[in-house]
Write a protein that binds this ligand. Structure first.
Ligand code: 6GU
Length: 390
């Protein structure tokens, strides 16, 4: 591995107007990162750095023995996504059970039974643990998924995690997670750029997002609708979830950075969906929410068929409260009617409780529910979605 360079960090978006940058450190102790410098970049420049506070650094470029502080925002902007490299030989040897991520790139990957799986193309580390990209596989770099690493022999043993790619034949459902960076075309794997018109943050480029969407689609016969998860979207409702669950599946695009260039949203007819009136740092948690809401409606997923039907929102009311044994607990008794064995009385009590709780907690739902009752004369079946928004 002589002469090999290790990526120690990557420069992020500019911070303020004086040339400071957000910087993601791959060093186990980020405070120690400046001590590994000077850093080289892939285009042969050299930088040292100084933390000004957690995650924010001042960069100094070394040119022919002179030091040039990166002193304005434009200069900082030109450094976004630049990787900071150091010569492998200058780093302390890795300890037992420790690996430099760069040493993993290029290793041959095998399944536990010896089946070749390809080579480690890239190692990703977004701060929540590393993952190995091996062809179309993205594998968390954990002891469970990568039980053997033998750098000297140039090989790793990989147990592909079933949670990430589930074969349709196996489960009737499949989830394929993709990395948008795989659609980038430059060596920095850039997916974003600064916003036209100025302002904070970065915007995902339309060409890259389009290529990533095309790669996620199986071709023109793939009729799955594409949704873009964004706090600017229409709020997700149970009616939308029912429609998605009944359809051919979804292609879900998770926003990061400040947003996505609006032209690709329009050109590809992406449905913009939000999961509520609060802001997440990215669309990924929203994707899990959407996925869970859909999957529980798939045939064979719910235990009792009626539980999906009766639950909150299906009838436009919040659900009544539940009780089980013991009939008395810490001096609190279960409502008598539930112990009466009188099914009609139980149903009436539950209905009255559902209405009371909806009225108290969700005046918006209650108003929509009452409108449904007035317009159709039906009680409880007419209002399909809580906000009436579909
Ligand atoms: Cl879909 N994305 C983000 N970033 N924030 C959200 C959201 C989605 N829904 C609610 N807040």
């Amino acid at each position: 591995m002589a002469g090999r360079r290790i990526e120690m960090g990557v420069i992020g978006r500019p911070h303020g107007v004086r040339g400071l940058v957000h910087l993601h450190s791959y060093a186990a102790d980020p405070a120690a990162l400046p001590g590994y410098g000077p850093f080289e970049t892939e285009d042969g420049r050299r930088f040292t750095l100084r933390w000004v506070r957690t995650g924010v650094a001042e960069l100094t470029e070394l040119v022919d023995g002179d030091r040039h502080v990166v002193a304005d925002r434009n200069a900082a902007e030109r450094l976004v996504n630049v990787r900071l490299l150091v010569d492998r030989a200058r780093l302390p040897a890795a300890g037992a059970e420790e690996f430099y991520l760069a040493d993993l790139v290029g290793l041959a990957a095998f399944a536990p039974d010896g089946t070749p799986l390809g080579r480690v193309d890239t190692v990703h580390d977004y701060g929540a643990g590393a993952s190995l990209e091996i062809g179309a596989l993205l594998v968390p770099f954990t002891r469970a998924c990568v039980p053997e690493v033998d750098i000297a022999a140039g090989r790793v043993v990989v147990v592909p995690p079933h949670e990430i790619v589930v074969a349709p034949a196996e489960a009737g459902q499949a989830l394929e997670a993709r990395d948008i960076r795989a659609a980038a075309t430059d060596r920095h794997r850039t997916v974003d750029d600064t916003p036209f018109g100025g302002g904070a943050g970065m915007v995902m480029r339309p060409d890259i997002v389009d290529a990533a969407l095309a790669a996620a689609r199986g071709g023109s016969a793939d009729l799955r609708p594409a949704v873009f998860l964004t706090p600017r979207g229409r709020k997700l409702t149970q009616a939308m979830v029912r429609e998605f669950a009944a359809g051919p599946g979804l292609v879900v695009l998770c926003g990061r950075y400040e947003g996505i260039d609006q032209r690709v949203v329009e050109a590809r007819g992406l449905q913009e969906i939000s999961i509520g009136d609060y802001v997440l740092s990215g669309g990924e948690p929203a994707a899990i929410v959407l996925l869970d809401a859909c999957v529980r409606l798939l045939p064979g997923v719910m235990g009792a068929a009626e539980s999906a039907e009766e639950e909150s929102f299906s009838a436009g009311l919040l659900e009544y409260p539940h009780y089980t044994r013991p009939a008395e607990w810490q001096g609190r008794r279960v409502p008598d009617v539930l112990l009466s064995g009188h099914h009609g009385a139980v149903a009436a009590w539950r209905r009255a409780e559902a209405e009371r709780i909806t009225r108290e907690r969700r005046p918006d739902l209650w108003a929509a529910f009452q409108r449904g009752v007035r317009e159709t004369g039906l009680h409880g079946t007419a209002v399909a979605s809580p906000a009436g928004a579909s």
